[in-house]
Design a protein around this ligand. Structure first.
Ligand SMILES: [Zn+2]
Length: 326
């Protein structure tokens, strides 16, 4: 997803004291990730949002006979630890590969959990994604961590103090306290991250083997970011698209529509099963699916429209400049 996450209400409960405790303890207090089996040995994990301040990326585990590949490692060490705990209940095989789909924080900030647990794990990303992770991604997140999020928490604290001194106390006081606890947890987690960069990069295509499984790591063109990766399992006919496709509507902030359309056209050309699978809920956060033509068409139409609008705006801007500078 985009770093500018839309706010979402949290459904969990825990106290601000938890912020001071260890990751392991905190993990225990967050709801378990929701596990969705999308094919034999392939699982999608959805983790809870961070209160009002952040949505987490999905993580996908592909289990082979001699190891596991994890596609995207969540936005915090806590979330990644919770996903890894579930993977361990599914297999005793080690995680051999991590693939980070792109540089947005919610897809790679949990990688350290895997490298600590599996020192030999290969962390793979597109070469441009590694470049983004090594500098621009960290800079991008700084204003939020150093100013915006602390300011939001201070403001929330003040609202709570005011609400607590009111008689009768307002009905939304518990929600405000929950939002504060969630926000503090999120800030603590993101500040604690050890940024773990890919150990292996590629340019166009990388083919991996997990026992009998063949997993192609693919990049077609710049799309959401300069170096988006997606997975294709030719035998299973499954595409794991990351943020390239979000059902039903994709995020399109600071992206590259022309390359994105080319990428989607390429995805469309791959031999993937077209199966409506009701085990995967119709949810805006579900991004792993057996290719859904309606979703693909909708995203392409949206990007086409964006391009047309930008062309119009560029045209009127040019006319404006020419009129001022005849
Ligand atoms: Zn993203």
């Amino acid at each position: 997803m985009s770093p500018a996450c839309p706010p979402k209400r949290a459904a969990r409960r825990w106290t601000a004291i938890a912020v001071l405790l260890s990751i392991a303890t905190l993990t225990a207090q967050r709801p378990d990730p929701v596990r969705i089996q999308v094919a034999d040995g392939i699982f999608l994990f959805r983790t809870a949002p961070y209160g009002e301040v952040g949505l987490d990326g999905n993580s996908i585990a592909i289990i082979g006979s001699d190891g596991v590949l994890v596609f995207d490692t969540n936005g915090t060490p806590s979330a990644a630890a919770a996903v890894l705990a579930q993977i361990r209940t599914l297999t005793s095989q080690p995680v051999r590969y991590i693939v980070n789909s792109h540089w947005h924080w919610d897809h790679w900030y949990g990688t350290e959990v895997y490298t600590k647990a599996f020192p030999d794990v290969k962390v793979i990303a597109h070469e441009k994604t590694k470049m983004m992770m090594a500098g621009p991604a960290i800079e991008f997140n700084k204003p939020g961590l150093e100013q915006q999020l602390p300011a939001y928490l201070t403001q929330l604290n003040q609202r709570i103090a005011k609400a607590e001194s009111a008689t009768p106390s307002p009905a939304n006081l518990p929600q405000l306290k929950q939002a504060l606890a969630d926000g503090r947890f999120f800030l603590e987690q993101k500040n604690s991250v050890h940024h773990t960069l890919p150990t292996q990069t590629y340019a166009d295509k990388l083919t991996l083997k997990l026992g009998d499984r063949e997993i192609q790591v693919l990049h077609r063109d710049r799309a959401i970011t300069p170096g988006d990766s997606f997975l294709y399992l030719p035998k299973e006919k499954i595409i794991i698209a990351g943020d390239l496709l979000i059902n039903p509507v994709t995020f399109a902030l600071s992206s590259y529509p022309t390359g994105w359309i080319k990428t989607l056209e390429y995805i469309d050309s791959l031999d993937a099963s077209i199966i409506e699978d009701e085990r995967i809920p119709e949810d805006a956060r579900v991004r792993l699916f057996r290719l859904r033509p309606d979703s693909l068409v909708a995203v392409q139409a949206y990007l086409d429209q964006l391009q047309a609008e930008w062309r119009d705006q560029l045209g009127s801007f040019k006319r404006h400049v020419e009129a001022k500078n005849p």
